[in-house]
Design a protein around this ligand. Structure first.
Ligand code: GLN
Length: 191
């Protein structure tokens, strides 16, 4: 079983490190050929507008969309959450998302004054709090009935799951804590 991390732009290196630390075989995904090797995919944080452009120019957009439709487990963090959302507010007009999870997000929705912040999160299924690092994070403004909200900050969802798709508005790869990646892998590769 191999986990790919989309490596077109952004904070992909730490995801590879966390996944490797959990014993997973990993690879950087930059082209459709790389994608065909992987069983699950992480979409990292970074800049969703740029990533959307690079997904188009690399020819990866349709390949990723296809794999998601066919049930590939996918974890999206921050910009990755934006790329997986059903609807994106305050995006660039030409920005595309995979509509893989029934949530609506607003880019940089926490506002300039609170550009970045950290919060200890109570996560469903984890015994101890998870330290969440939020960097120009998207706000989840709406979730559909089929979406399980696994953590909130001030009543707003920050970690959600629908089927094989998991999204976090924070950066779980930055906390030196592999539990969220670990749970993703456990579910993704549960027989
Ligand atoms: N604000 C970025 C975007 O809109 C996301 C920030 C992040 O991934 N840390 O894509």
């Amino acid at each position: 079983m191999k986990v790919g991390v989309l490596a077109l732009q952004g904070a992909f290196a730490r995801h590879l490190k966390v996944l490797g630390g959990l014993g997973a075989a990993t690879t950087e995904v930059r082209a459709a050929d790389d994608l065909s090797e992987v069983d699950a995919l992480v979409l990292p944080g970074g800049e969703s507008t740029t990533m959307s452009m690079l997904l188009d120019s690399s020819g990866l957009h349709d390949a990723v969309a296809d794999r998601i439709t066919n049930g590939m487990p996918v974890l999206g963090t921050c910009a990755g959450m934006i790329l997986l959302a059903r609807h994106v507010a305050d995006g660039r007009p030409d920005q595309r998302s995979f509509a893989a999870i029934d949530i609506d997000v607003r880019r940089n929705g926490y506002g300039r004054q609170v550009d970045s912040f950290e919060a200890d999160l109570d996560v469903t299924g984890l015994e101890d709090p998870f330290h969440g690092v939020f960097i120009r994070a998207p706000v989840v403004e709406w979730v559909g009935d089929g979406v399980e909200v696994l953590a909130t900050v001030d009543g707003r969802p920050v970690l959600c799951r629908q089927g094989a798709v998991v999204v976090a508005s924070f950066h779980p790869e930055m906390s030196g804590d592999g539990r969220i990646h670990g749970r993703f892998l456990d579910r993704a590769f549960a027989a």
